[in-house]
Design a protein around this ligand. Structure first.
Ligand SMILES: Cc1ncc(COP(=O)(O)O)c(C=O)c1O
Length: 391
């Protein structure tokens, strides 16, 4: 490269380093220095993928029919299995041919849809705190992100009426995510209906990211956006097998909803990737058709772990309620700390890795997130280390 020019495109200066890649680097450095770090930083289930799903992969991987380029739009059997799962779970009927588009995990869909719907200078409405890819996806497509603050006062739901007229006039896409990462908040159908009405009125594509729809406790069943009146006119929902079936490494999710929007997203995708390894698709079909017993067992485990963390923190002076969904605890940092400072202190003094809230956007400042996706004995040890710190 010439001395006056950097290798990176100008766009890259607007895209921050990926939060979890940075955290991972820090944890690896500690481990290399001999520290026994307990990571409660990333939402990656510690439970293995159920054996019946692994067996389906093994069988499919041995079949040469699955070794060639897969269909761009996913196996029809997969789209059918997704539509059946949706109908059983949400009572929503999807046309597997026009209303379902498999993706390489939901991050693939989330990061790429702005290319399909956002022109340079258009606005993407994204929650803050929120999954960072909503914002970076917008920036990669040369759009602008307008952050919708989530606060305890509004029960971590965006105040749609507070979006300024300038941002609203240029808004093309809105992200919602319930059950929510990082706050663990949930939304009811009535809120989705308000959001649908709002997006129809302002001609905005409403994208609901729902990878935690199955991680919920005490009989609570999170609704789908597509159950909301009118949602199919403006709505897309993003799902994933990652968290539901302990399959984060397998990379399979899907987008479903409005057929015209799905067609546009599909046209984009055919130009980006060449489909999902077919053996993984057969494994996903097995996952989706296998009933709910494994998810229920995992949810009982997460609920027990979440109660343990909430009880530990409450014993140290916090006042937290156990979350109704997700495997996250979202808690305020003690007075006198900011979120990065507090996370560093916990890592340095207790060898426990938690996520600073500001990593999810400016409105996450003053908070931290802890994931209970660590084995019981490691979580117990982490809680013991926090108790010894006497925060
Ligand atoms: C809110 C949210 N959306 C999407 C994803 C990405 O999941 P996937 O593994 O399906 O790409 C995550 C993963 O942590 C997430 O928390």
């Amino acid at each position: 490269m010439s001395k006056t020019r950097t290798a990176a495109a100008e766009r890259m200066s607007r895209i921050p380093p990926y939060l979890f890649a940075e955290i991972d680097r820090k944890v690896q450095a500690k481990r290399a220095a001999g520290v026994d770090v307990i990571s409660l930083g990333v939402g990656d289930p510690d439970l293995p993928t159920p054996p019946r799903i692994v067996s389906a992969l093994q069988e499919a991987a041995a079949d040469p029919a699955n070794h060639r380029y897969p269909s761009y739009f996913g196996l029809r059997e997969l789209r059918l299995a997704i539509a059946e799962w949706y109908s059983t779970r949400f009572g929503v009927r999807l046309d597997p041919d026009s209303e379902v588009l498999p993706t390489l995990g939901s991050k693939d869909g989330i990061s790429h849809v702005p290319f399909a719907f956002v022109n340079p200078g258009d606005v993407v409405l994204a929650p803050s705190p929120g999954y960072p890819v909503y914002q970076t996806g917008a920036l990669m497509a040369d759009g602008e992100a307008h952050l919708m603050p989530l606060t305890p006062d509004n029960h971590w739901l965006p105040d749609l009426d507070a979006i300024p007229a300038d941002a609203l006039g240029r808004a093309r896409l809105m992200w919602l995510n319930y059950p929510n990462n990082p706050t663990a908040a949930v939304a009811e159908l009535e809120f989705f209906e308000r959001a649908v009405d709002f997006c129809r009125e302002h001609d905005i594509v409403l994208c609901h990211d729902a990878p935690y729809s199955e991680i919920a406790f005490d009989g609570y069943r999170p609704p789908s956006l597509l159950q909301a009146r009118g949602a199919r006119e403006v709505g897309l929902e993003f799902h994933s097998i990652s968290k539901t079936f302990n399959m984060t490494g397998w990379r399979l999710g899907w987008i479903c909803g409005n057929a015209e929007l799905i067609k546009i997203a599909g046209q984009l995708k055919t130009n980006i990737d060449s489909g999902i390894f077919q053996a993984v698709q057969w494994a996903a079909i097995e996952a989706l058709r296998g009933g709910e017993a494994e998810t229920e067992a995992a949810n009982e485990l997460y609920a027990r772990r979440l109660r343990k963390v909430v009880d530990t923190l409450n014993g140290l002076g916090w006042r937290l309620e156990p979350p109704r969904a997700t495997f996250y605890v979202w808690a305020p940092v003690p007075e006198g700390h900011d979120s990065i400072g507090f996370a560093s202190l916990i890592l340095d003094q207790a060898g426990v890795n938690i996520t600073p809230g500001v990593g999810f956007g400016p409105h996450g400042e003053g908070w931290f997130r802890l994931s209970v996706t660590a084995p019981d004995e490691r979580l117990d040890e982490a809680m013991e280390r926090l108790r010894r710190l006497k925060l």
